[in-house]
Design a protein around this ligand. Sequence first.
Ligand code: GRF
Length: 186
Amino acid sequence: MVLVSGTGSNLQAVIDAVQAGELPNVDIAAVGADKHDTYGVQRSAEAGIETFVVNFKDYEDRKDWNHALTEKCLSYAPDYVVSSGFMRIVGEEFINAFDGTYINTHPALLPSFPGAHGVRDALAYGVKVTGCTVHIADAGVDTGPILRQEAVAIDDADTEDTLHERIKVVERRLLIATLADLAKSK
Ligand code: GRF
């Protein structure tokens, strides 16, 4: 299953790969979001995938939200939970429930530039090469064992948007390759 917060263009690439038969052992059990009206949920529903929202703002505190999200995700008994642009930090209960099976993608070469602004921070630092990382998420912010990583060169003319778009092209390919690997070992 997949968690999203935004447009879900990486998720769409996975949906397309599944529909094209490129990921024969992958079935997206559900797509969930932490807020209403995300394009990620909309496009999943259009693709016939079950969707849900565990709206962060509906809960008293982060712990309650985290509990509700954990329970909801567990109800699908997924082999893996993929954070594809899911912009909330999940708590201990979630991490323990999906220990070793929570997969995250990040638009930078971890451990460099973790956090919500990995692309912006790499540009601001002035590095000439950045990239993307697919990793098993643990309780930290963008930490945990790295599964795949690939570099993307930064051009002088890059803005955050142009660079992020180029990174996402690579990110989609890495995510699909990672899912193919994980599905083989299940
Ligand atoms: C990806 O670059 C992801 O790593 C980051 O946000 C982006 C998600 O984009 N956290 P999208 O929602 O898949 O278009």
